[in-house]
Design a protein around this ligand. Sequence first.
Ligand code: 5GP
Ligand code: ZN
Length: 119
Amino acid sequence: MAGEPQADCLFCKIVAREVPADVVRETETTLAFRDINPQAPTHVLVIPKVHHPDAATLAAAEPTIAADVLREAGEVASEEKVDGTGFRIIFNTGSGAGQTVFHAHAHVLGGRGFNWPPG
Ligand code: 5GP
Ligand code: ZN
């Protein structure tokens, strides 16, 4: 069922603490942890604790939790002190756009310069 933990989902396992992660923030509805393969000096993933396959389906099903993810992305940027210089919040959506873990997540990237358009 939408929102229920999925047995085969890596990020549901991180929420359940079955897989370890370097957690930087936690709220009732979200978890933020460092990406295992960082692409910038700050690279934190912010996820909803509930399982939805991507950000768009999360926002359609549970918009207040989608807003929680966005707010937490901002809090991470502030705590990591990358909000002054600018940072990216990225939701890769679909395998063609580079999504590899199908549990909604925001990448918060900062601490270096960024190009536009992204690759
Ligand atoms: P996506 O490619 O789906 O947008 O992002 C998935 C992200 O999860 C990737 O940046 C990848 O490095 C990260 N990732 C994959 N496995 C793990 C893991 O076991 N722990 C952590 N902390 N990050 C992971
Ligand atoms: Zn999941």
